[in-house]
Design a protein around this ligand. Structure first.
Ligand SMILES: [Fe+2]
Length: 250
């Protein structure tokens, strides 16, 4: 079994006291990591699906590195619309950090996809990324695949969020399905829990490690759900399981 700790949308600032919609993001990410450490569930790797920072600063990426280094695990990251890709790639160029990487571990291949478009909140997986995805799957002997990206590959039922989703989600899902190997797609961006099934592919959106958006809302609205993370188990036979963990005391 392979265990993945899914964290997303920490939105850190250069100022450790920086706050987003009333939540101090450094403190809430710290609390989520502390919650993980205090429990008895152990991960083999961490996947972070974007919006690592909020204020376009190198210092915020440094805070991310400092906090995540303390887990002593490989940390795989993909960018979100709030990230600055050049800065993020530079900050995460050395292990234990990995930027838009592919990792083959036991029976599973995990692929981080860049779904961002410069200066836009919505996303798109460009031809280069689609080709990289196809060749990573074709070139691997792993029998099962999980992909991770920032934007949801399908509508989540919230009018305002669905205008800033993934503009070629249908194409991405069709490619994933065609491979016959993709079991799971995980994402961030929507700051709420989301679970769906698309053919054989389980699709999971994990709430942020900071503040959450109200589900099914037509207009921008936050709700009072606490920070969260998700535990994902990937089994050798392709089955998988997950548990959403709310960090109520963050
Ligand atoms: Fe976000």
């Amino acid at each position: 079994m392979l265990r993945v700790l899914h964290l997303t949308d920490p939105h850190l600032f250069a100022d450790p006291n920086g706050s987003l919609r009333g939540t101090q993001t450094f403190a809430s990410l710290s609390a989520a990591l502390e919650h993980y450490r205090a429990a008895d569930w152990r991960a083999d790797l961490v996947m972070v699906t974007g919006d690592l920072i909020q204020d376009d600063s190198k210092q915020a990426y440094e805070h991310f590195r400092t906090l995540l280094s303390s887990l002593d695990l490989p940390v795989y990251c993909v960018p979100g619309n709030h990230d600055v890709r050049t800065m993020m790639r530079a900050a995460l160029q050395d292990p234990p950090f990995h930027y838009c990487a592919t990792v083959e571990c036991r029976d599973w291949l995990i692929i981080g996809i860049d779904s961002c478009v410069a200066d836009k909140a919505g996303g798109s997986v460009n031809e280069t990324e689609l080709a990289r995805l196809d060749s990573a799957i074709a070139g691997s002997s792993a029998r099962h695949v999980m992909v991770a990206l920032h934007h949801p590959p399908l509508a989540v039922g919230s009018k305002w969020l669905d205008t800033v989703g993934l503009d070629n989600g249908d194409e991405l899902l069709a490619r994933l399905a065609r491979s016959g190997k993709v079991r799971l797609a995980i994402f961030g961006h929507v700051h709420q829990n989301f679970e769906a099934q698309h053919g054989d592919i389980r699709i999971l959106g994990t709430p942020s490690t900071c503040s959450q958006f109200a589900a099914q809302s037509d207009i921008f609205a936050i709700d009072d759900h606490p920070p969260a993370y998700r535990r994902i188990q990937l089994y050798a036979d392709g089955r998988h399981g997950d548990e959403l963990v709310w960090v109520a005391d963050a």
